[in-house]
Design a binder for this molecule. Structure first.
Ligand code: T3D
Length: 259
């Protein structure tokens, strides 16, 4: 496979889907693939026509994390993480519209945390999540040390990170690691329906909701209340709020445009 189709792009209305495309190696990430993925994320972030981004994988895996055969690793693991994983995790976390991971199969190492860093995760019933890092004597990266305890609490976060055990999609849903687990055959259709719903919602308000929830975990009660007031001040003065209220009063569907 040539290096120019490692990430597939597909637009359906306001939903852009990026598909990790190295199925023979379970979409494990090479340097070239990470460069393409970041470029696609930047392009989608800058495109006002994109109102929801979907990330999924080709073939039977979602993403098996770092490609452990990639010659770039010879330059040092820390350098690879700084060059690729750090900007990748930031790009997803700061994305201006909702990012939905459709986890079609195994998500391991940085592949698991790439998915978990998205705003919502829907997984096929046969999919699984593996914090594979300890098995190769590394710590969780791509945001895993921050995400896991917040999603699961310390006990479960450490249990997964220390053992590297495989967690099935059903259990991942049960313990609150992901939003939903659906039948394999329903993943694409249910994912697209959810993405279209999100795309029709007020993008700026959703992005600030994510920021507010993330920030609140390090704020005290009073500071969180103040932040909510500040954000409502910004959003209340924006077009989307006016449109949402008008649409409600006129008993019609709103047409949100802020981003
Ligand atoms: O730079 C740095 O290293 C720092 C960054 C670290 C971030 C990380 O992501 S560290 C974690 C890296 N990932 C892993 O350690 C996971 C390795 N993969 C696996 O443990 C297993 O493949 C899975 C549990 C994910 C799936 O197992 P299974 O039995 O379903 O599939 P398989 O047969 O192991 O894999 C299928 C093919 O994909 C196979 O190739 P082959 O033999 O058919 O030619 C396998 O080698 C390849 N593959 C899977 N994962 C990777 C990979 N090739 C390169 N790198 C991989 N990570």
């Amino acid at each position: 496979m040539t290096d120019d189709c490692l990430i597939l792009r597909h637009d359906a209305g306001a939903v852009r889907t990026l598909t990790l495309n190295r199925p023979a190696a379970l979409n494990s990430l090479t340097g070239a693939m990470q460069v393409q993925l970041l470029a696609e994320l930047d392009a989608a972030a800058a495109d006002s026509g994109v109102r929801c981004l979907v990330i999924t994988g080709a073939g039977r895996g979602f993403c098996a994390g770092q490609d452990l055969n990639d010659p770039e690793l010879a330059q040092g693991v820390g350098a690879v993480v700084e060059r690729h994983y750090l900007p990748l995790a930031q790009a997803v976390r700061r994305f201006p519209v909702p990012v939905l991971a459709l986890v079609n199969g195994v998500a391991a190492g940085a592949g698991a945390n790439l998915a978990l860093g998205c705003d919502m995760v829907v997984a096929a019933r046969s999919a699984s999540f593996i914090q594979a890092f300890a098995k190769i004597a590394l710590v969780p990266d791509c945001g895993g040390t921050w995400l896991l305890p917040r999603l699961l609490g310390r006990a479960r976060a450490l249990g997964l990170a220390l053992t590297g055990d495989k967690l099935g999609a059903e259990q991942a849903e049960r313990i609150g690691l992901i939003w939903r687990c659906v039948d394999d055959a329903a993943l694409a259709a249910e994912g697209q329906a959810l993405a279209e719903r999100l795309a029709a919602m007020p993008a700026r308000a959703l992005a600030l909701t994510r920021q507010a929830l993330d920030a609140a975990s390090t704020l005290d009660w009073s500071a969180a209340l103040q932040r909510e007031a500040d954000l409502q001040g910004e959003l209340g003065a924006a077009r989307d709020f006016h449109e949402g209220v008008q649409a409600f009063l006129e008993k019609r569907a709103p047409r949100f445009t802020d981003r």
